[in-house]
Design a protein around this ligand. Structure first.
Ligand code: ATP
Length: 258
């Protein structure tokens, strides 16, 4: 199946979809003199999956990091759930219900799997709910239960990515920002990542998905934003992003992932 022959998605509650949970306006990011985003604006409807695509260096990770509070924007605004959260640091964003899973796996390699989960849960979940959150994380990824006493650094790349995601999903966020979660994973592990994303989508979590597998991302998402050279080149319903458009914005380099 290709992105063009997918059935239109009809499971998004229209009432919720009208309300953006995230509004990004004229967002700019610079690293010293090097500018990565030049004024990016888009909305993410509540309960949707919105994918951000673009060729290498288009600014996808910078956008994710600026929304997640990891990189301070140099201009523009980010509004989440009706609040201006521009420049709010990631630990505060996480308490407000925004979880950022970065491209690099954010685990502690010298702690056990269980302690990695506990460290995150302690930070985001009230004491009385922590046991249930730990169970939930291990139910989502049974392999983590099997390896719970193992140091996280000894897990395979795929398992480390599972752990990174499980840490976030132990307490479901309102918005999950997933930056290239399937990078470097074996196909079976990529399937597992998408299965777990589907599970949290079913729970009503809004997802901002940055993904190298363009076809897969468009097949999964409701909305798409295509970045080019730090600007929005195209945005619309994911199902409307056709081959020509993708070739224009993503170029030959990304065609291999279609
Ligand atoms: P990729 O798919 O290769 O990860 P991307 O679309 O995520 O690319 P970014 O990583 O956001 O793009 O990079 C956007 C621009 O910002 C690029 O020109 C990149 O070289 C630059 N850039 C990113 N991070 C830094 C940094 N820490 N310091 C300086 N420049 C950076």
């Amino acid at each position: 199946m290709t992105w063009t022959d997918r059935a239109p998605r009809s499971d998004l509650d229209p009432a919720r979809a009208e309300t953006p949970i995230l509004r990004v306006r004229d967002l700019q990011v610079a690293y010293g003199d090097a500018r990565a985003l030049f004024g990016v604006s888009f909305d993410v409807p509540a309960g949707s999956v919105t994918t951000v695509l673009g060729a290498n260096g288009a600014g996808k990770s910078s956008l994710a990091a600026a929304i997640g509070g990891v990189v301070p924007p140099s201009a523009g605004t980010v509004e989440f759930d009706g609040h201006d959260v521009t420049g709010v640091p990631s630990h505060q964003m996480s308490r407000m219900g925004v979880s950022f899973v970065p491209e690099s796996r954010n685990i502690f390699p010298h702690l056990t799997v269980r302690d990695n989960l506990r460290a995150q849960i302690r930070f985001t979940v009230p004491r009385s709910d922590r046991g249930a959150a730990l169970e939930r994380a291990m139910d989502l990824f049974p392999v983590l239960r099997e390896r719970s006493r193992q140091n996280a650094g000894t897990l395979s790349g795929g398992e480390q990515q599972m752990l990174s995601l499980a840490r976030v999903l132990a307490a479901p966020p309102k918005l999950l920002i997933a930056d290239e979660m399937s990078l470097g994973l074996a196909p079976k592990m990529v399937d597992l990542v998408f299965e777990s994303l589907q599970r949290i989508r079913d729970e009503g979590v809004t997802v901002l998905l940055i993904e190298q597998f363009v076809e897969r991302a468009l097949g999964f998402a409701d909305e798409a934003v295509i970045l080019r050279h730090g600007l929005v080149g195209w945005q619309g319903h994911a199902r409307e992003a056709g081959t020509e458009l993708l070739a224009e914005y993503l170029g030959g380099e990304s065609a291999s992932t279609l």
